[in-house]
Structures are given as C-alpha cells and as structure tokens.
Write a protein that binds this ligand. Structure first.
Ligand SMILES: *Cc1c(COP(=O)(O)O)cnc(C)c1O
Length: 244
C-alpha cells in the first residue's frame, strides 16, 4: 500500500489476501475478479499491472479513460477488460460502449434508456451493473436500497426498475454494485455488503433475471466484501498507492 512497494508486489500481496479471505468462507478465489482502479494514475502504472497479470481495470471518468485506453492499446500486446465505475453523465453515454466492457454505475432508468438508444445506434451490446445505495449516505449515487428489507415500496421500485432495464435491447444486466461508507473498521460495513447480497437474491427470486455479479469492496473493505460474496473487488490504493 505504500509508495515504496512496487505495483507488482502490491498485486502479489493483494492476491494472497484475496485467497485467504476466500478460504475463510470456502470460496474459490477464481470467483473473485480483481479490478485495478487506475483513475488518476498514469499509463505506465497500468502497463506495470497488466504485465503483472491484472486483466481488469476500472476508470471513473470518461475523458481520462478515453486517452488512457487508447494509449494502453497502442503500448501493450495484452488487451485488458475495462470497467466504468464512476457516475455517468447522460451526455457522455455515447462514448462509453466503444471504451468499456462493463458499466458498474447505472443508477437510473433514464440513464439505462439513454444507453440502450446509444447501443442501438452503435449496433453494440453492453454488460451493466445496477448501482445501489444501501447505506443511505447522501454522497453516494445509486438506486435507493436503504432498508429495503423493511420497506415494501423501496423493494417494489427496485424490482420494477430491474424489470424495465433488463427488457431494454442491447443491455445485459449482470448484477449489482455498491459503495460502502468510509469506516475506521471494515467490520462496520459488513452489513452493507450482506444487505446487497440479500437484495440480489431477492431480486433474482422476484424477477428471474440472473444477477451473478456483486461488485463490492475497495481498498479499505475488500476482504470483508469477499467474505460477504463479492465477485468483483475494485482496488485502487492497494495496488497503485495513494492518489494525490
Ligand atoms: C476510487 C474508487 C475505487 C477504488 O478506491 P480505493 O479505495 O483506492 O481502492 C473503487 N470504486 C469506485 C467507484 C471508486 O471511485
């Protein structure tokens, strides 16, 4: 995690920790995709991680990603899988399908509809996740998922949104994504991850839409997220060091 350790060393350490967390809960580490979050980091850092065996990269801004994805494709024989993890503005949607393999941050029906129109024009399809705000933190984007277990209206709204989005041509809903609040101790956010997983199970039961992916867990809380069922962890600082 410190600036002195190399990216390759960080990756080795993170992979070891992921394997340990998996073994604690009898999961196969192959079920957990490591998404290296390269936002604000230079192309050289991405190439170093790619060379060290990381295949999945996350970016949160379309313009920044556009430049970096082009440079990586010119410099490396390996072709990474790119994940859009940041809030997506409607006017930038057009640029997304040619750049990203997976969008984690679909947070409204309107945004999904816009993406579907773009996909139709571009003759493409797109894997997406629905971002859910389970914690209720005002700073977090996403569909409202606060207290969904005890609030029938919240659950019904989510079921309806999922059905409408899953019916859109070109869009493959693959699962759910959430961000936990910043906590001093990762154990404090375990209920957030458990809630997202239970919500996934409930939505599958209610809609029949398979939702295999749970994108949850960042540098400070990924081990707990894996114990609660994460299939994608999004790690920035653990791999690339602190951001400025
Ligand atoms: C920045 C970011 C991450 C990575 O955060 P770290 O704490 O550096 O691991 C993960 N997910 C999203 C949505 C982010 O914006």
């Amino acid at each position: 995690m410190t600036e002195v350790s190399s990216i390759a060393e960080n990756i080795t350490m993170v992979r070891g920790r992921i394997a340990e967390a998996c073994s604690r809960v009898n999961r196969d580490p192959a079920e957990v995709t490591l998404v290296a979050v390269s936002k604000q980091k230079p192309v050289e850092a991405i190439l170093e991680a790619l060379t060290a065996g990381v295949q999945h990269f996350g970016e949160n801004r379309v313009e920044e990603a556009d430049d970096k994805i082009m440079l990586v494709s010119q410099s490396a024989p390996l072709v990474p899988t790119w994940h859009m993890i940041g809030h997506l503005q409607s006017r930038k949607v057009k640029a997304v399908p040619p750049l990203f393999n997976v969008v984690h941050s679909i947070d409204s029906l309107r945004l999904a509809e816009k993406l579907a129109r773009v996909l139709a024009n571009q003759n493409r399809t797109q894997d997406i996740l629905l971002q859910i705000n389970v914690s209720g933190e005002a700073s977090k984007e996403g569909f409202n998922g606060v207290n969904w277990q005890n609030d029938a209206e919240t659950l019904t709204t989510l079921v309806t949104a999922l059905q409408q989005i899953a019916a859109l041509d070109g869009i493959n809903v693959r699962g759910l994504m959430t961000m936990a609040p910043i906590a001093e101790n990762a154990e404090e956010v375990r209920p957030i991850f458990a809630s997202l997983r239970a919500l996934r199970d409930k939505l599958v039961e209610e809609t029949g839409v398979p939702l295999p992916e749970l994108s949850m867990g960042m540098t400070d809380d990924y081990l707990v997220a894996i114990e609660e069922g994460a299939t994608m962890v999004r790690l920035g600082r653990a791999i690339f060091g602190e951001r400025n």
